[in-house]
Ligand binder design. Structure first.
Ligand code: KG4
Ligand code: ZN
Length: 335
């Protein structure tokens, strides 16, 4: 079964053709990073317009790459929640139109569940129940995953998402956008113990997250509470690398601690990760170390499947289709 997936929830316009929920026949991802870079974050109005300009071409490219024609598609899958409303609407409208014209099923997909499914595209041996950590620019959330399609939220961020903190700290340090991959690379040259930034574990056994205090701590460290000239911009690269590494370590410590706490509380058989921040090399390393220590397998998608892509959307749609979970043409985009 060939499913065409469409993803436009944030700032990537993506279309992919996936066979039987597993084989990525084609996957096209157009990033809007250069459009949002100068603002240090996604500008919803710009994102929506860029999706509108790109969507038909991206779908076309996905079909050309897959060497198939539109009429060979068996179903259309689209992310309809959560995300930026204007951005979601472009994908949802395209998907509804295609489903109607081709007379094939339409399958609405939750973006966060798709991030988790990215693991299933690459591994066959995932045990359930599992804890799934989705860490992206817009979300930081722990799920109890009972199957490939059933995910129960356990805890989430009460303020900034982890990726948002990476992006904002990169902006403070004058490093560019998106900040996550830049901080990841730079931190390799820094000392993670240089600055003791705070870790917000919240109350005992809490599975919620908070990163805004950490972001403010970095801001104060760099600029001082009285807005003195930025240390980061007046000091050499080594100090910037040390701040980046210390910040990253604080984020990673909290993510790892809470993920394994959830795995103990729910006595699960595995841990899944997904979302852009799941590409972070330090996070992967620390999860791997703890996974060995506690003998519980941790899965993470390859870097290209961590960030937003439509292959994970088309993949998950196949499982939903098999379960009879098909949408009607009145689905809405829900931010
Ligand atoms: O999943 P994603 O592509 O989009 C959302 O659904 O938000 O995630 C994008 C986020 C950005 O905040 C970006 O800075 C972060 O993921 N990110 C990373 C890394 N690669 C991307 N954060 C830390 N380390 C990375 N290697
Ligand atoms: Zn995402």
């Amino acid at each position: 079964m060939l499913i065409l997936g469409i993803e436009t929830s944030c700032d990537e316009t993506s279309a992919a053709v996936v066979k039987d929920g597993k084989e990525i026949v084609s996957s096209i991802i157009l990033s809007q990073n250069t459009l949002h870079g100068e603002f240090g974050g996604v500008v919803p109005e710009i994102a929506c317009r860029a999706h509108l300009e790109a969507i038909t071409g991206i779908i076309d490219n996905a079909l050309v790459d897959a060497k198939i024609q539109l009429k060979e598609i068996d179903a259309i899958a689209v992310v309809n929640t959560p995300g930026l409303i204007g951005s979601l609407l472009i994908g949802v409208t395209a998907a509804k139109s295609l489903s109607m014209i081709l007379d094939v099923p339409l399958i609405a997909i939750d973006h966060l569940h798709a991030h988790i499914y990215a693991n299933n595209l690459e591994y066959n041996d995932i045990p359930y129940p599992a804890i799934s950590l989705v860490v992206s620019g817009g979300h930081t959330i722990l799920f109890l995953s009972e199957s490939e399609t059933r995910h129960i939220p356990l805890g989430w961020t009460i303020d900034d998402a982890a990726g948002e903190a990476f992006d904002k700290v990169a902006k403070i340090l004058g490093l560019g956008y998106p900040g996550g991959p830049i901080i990841d690379r730079l931190a390799k040259y820094g000392n993670q113990y240089a600055v003791p930034f705070p870790r917000a574990y919240l109350e005992k056994d809490s599975l919620d997250f908070s990163f805004s205090g950490l972001k403010t701590a970095v801001l104060y460290y760099c600029e001082g509470q009285n807005a003195r000239p930025s240390k980061a911009t007046t000091s050499g690269n080594q100090e910037v690398a040390d701040i980046a590494a210390s910040f990253q370590e604080a984020v990673v410590d909290v993510l790892v601690e809470k993920t394994f706490l959830a795995s103990r509380i729910y006595n699960v058989l595995g841990i899944l990760t997904g979302g852009g921040v799941a590409a972070n090399s330090r996070l992967r390393q620390k999860l791997k170390d703890k996974s060995k220590e506690l003998a519980i397998p941790v899965y993470y998608p390859s870097a290209l499947l961590c960030t937003d892509n439509a292959a994970m959307v088309a993949g998950l749609a196949y499982k939903k289709y098999l379960g009879g979970d098909i949408s009607t043409l009145d689905i809405e985009a829900v931010p």
